[in-house]
Design a protein around this ligand. Structure first.
Ligand code: ATP
Length: 415
């Protein structure tokens, strides 16, 4: 079975390929796989090169130094600098077309940067002075397109990157890795009999068996159902930990990035907007765009006067927003307290007087839409299940001014 677009499963006897449109044009991924052959390298191979043998991985630092990539008029990467520390897992997050895949491709050597430098363990692999061929970089790739070879058995697929080893050694290593991902019983079968998740495991095994120093993964878990995705994420992290591979993983899913990344790099329009740990990005987003990624927020617009905005929860400083311009007040849905209004109708009770306009059960939370005094638009509130308010309930809202965020407005669509 393979997972088709739309999530349905079907059995297919045909070639095993899931190609996103941008990849179709550029068979270099498949070329890259073929190029991992035992022929002598044109440049000295880097430590931990996948062509050498399956052995201990040298933890490598992957550095991008002011990397720009142009496709004609289109600027896919715009002077991007980033260091991925040895053994670290960095998730790349950002809207479609912001340059995530391009960043992986220049790191792998499938594309040449237009300017800037890429270094692996402080050795330049792409730059004005030098270009190390993809097969000599010690880089493992796992793309959305599994690119399993339909004419090779499953164990042969996994052993593909181990051609420098004697055949029997390569088979032994591949079988070991297959057992690691729980698929050794399929070793001598062909990929078309596997489910989408199993193919993904084979692709993971093939990418990781040469113990690359750097692992680049483009949306490796997309298209898997929730349970399988969780399992695959765990297994992948375990394997990456074991091999100490320095890893970049592209994802569209902020929750996935928070779960699997040591750090998250948020990209927009070819640039890095913010890099940091999940909690840093959540609590201290550098821009409205980043705040939107990590929590559901209410956005209310005010005009800045005297460096401040005047809101129902008080006058708040609007740092970084031009005087006279609009500023967006962000209130996390989870950050709003909701309590019953006093039964005696006392208007002096603390909090903003409000009425519940709708209440929706969301499984692990209830989402209220509340009309509150001083706000022109309804405020959304996420409260724990079990909170007792029904449509029409009189309530009080508590919004901590210390927890709100204020940014210049941002029109960009989130991921
Ligand atoms: P997605 O999340 O949709 O996969 P992405 O963030 O990975 O997107 P890229 O695939 O890196 O984005 O593309 C970045 C930009 O570069 C896009 O505008 C894309 O159209 C353009 N681009 C990528 N590859 C090529 C190419 N081979 N030729 C021309 N333009 C390209």
């Amino acid at each position: 079975m393979v997972r088709c677009e739309g999530g349905a499963l079907r059995r297919t006897p045909g070639p095993i390929r899931r190609i996103k449109p941008a990849m179709k044009v550029c068979s270099p991924v498949v070329r890259w796989l073929f190029k991992r052959s035992p022929k002598p390298p044109t440049e000295p191979a880097l430590a931990g090169s996948p062509r050498v043998r399956a052995g201990a991985t040298f933890a490598a630092r992957l550095s991008f130094d002011a990397v720009t990539k142009r496709y004609g008029e289109r600027l896919a990467l715009d002077g991007l600098s980033l260091d991925v520390e040895p053994g670290e897992v960095v998730c790349l997050l950002g809207p479609s077309g912001c340059g995530k895949t391009t960043l992986l491709r220049v790191a792998a050597g499938i594309e040449r940067p237009t300017s800037g430098r890429i270094l692996i363990s402080d050795i330049e692999v792409a730059g004005p002075a030098r270009f190390v061929q993809p097969e000599d970089r010690g880089v493992g790739l796992m793309f959305q397109d599994f690119a399993l070879f339909p004419h090779l058995t499953i164990v042969e697929n996994v052993a593909f990157g181990l051609k420098a080893l004697p055949r029997e050694d390569a088979r032994r290593e591949a079988l070991l890795m297959l057992s690691r991902v729980g698929l050794e019983r399929y070793a001598d079968q062909y990929p078309h009999i596997l489910s989408g998740g199993q193919q993904q495991r084979v692709a993971l095994a093939r990418a990781i068996v040469p113990r690359p120093a750097v692992m680049l993964m483009d949306e490796p878990f997309s298209g898997l159902d929730v349970q399988l995705r969780d399992v695959m994420q765990e297994e992948t992290l375990e394997l990456l930990n074991e091999t100490r591979a320095t890893t970049m993983i592209v994802t569209h899913d902020p929750e996935e990035a928070m779960r699997i990344g040591d750090r998250i790099a948020v990209m927009r329009a070819g640039r890095l907007i913010q890099t940091g740990r999940a909690q840093d990005l959540y609590h201290r987003p550098a821009a409205l765009f980043v705040a939107r990624l990590f929590s559901e927020i209410n956005e209310i617009t005010y005009r800045v006067a005297g460096g401040r905005i005047s809101t129902p929860i008080g006058s708040l400083p609007a740092e970084g927003v031009t005087e006279g311009a609009l500023a967006t007040l962000c209130v996390r849905e989870r950050g709003v307290g909701i309590v019953a209004a006093p039964s005696n109708g006392s208007g002096s009770a603390p909090g903003l007087a409000a009425r519940v306009r709708s209440a929706k059960f969301l499984g692990d939370a209830v989402r209220y839409e509340v009309v509150a005094e001083g706000f022109d638009e309804p405020i959304n509130v996420r409260a724990n299940v079990g909170s007792p308010f029904e449509k029409g309930s009189e309530v009080r809202l508590h919004i901590d001014p210390g927890q709100v965020l204020i940014f210049p407005p941002c029109a960009d669509k989130v991921v």
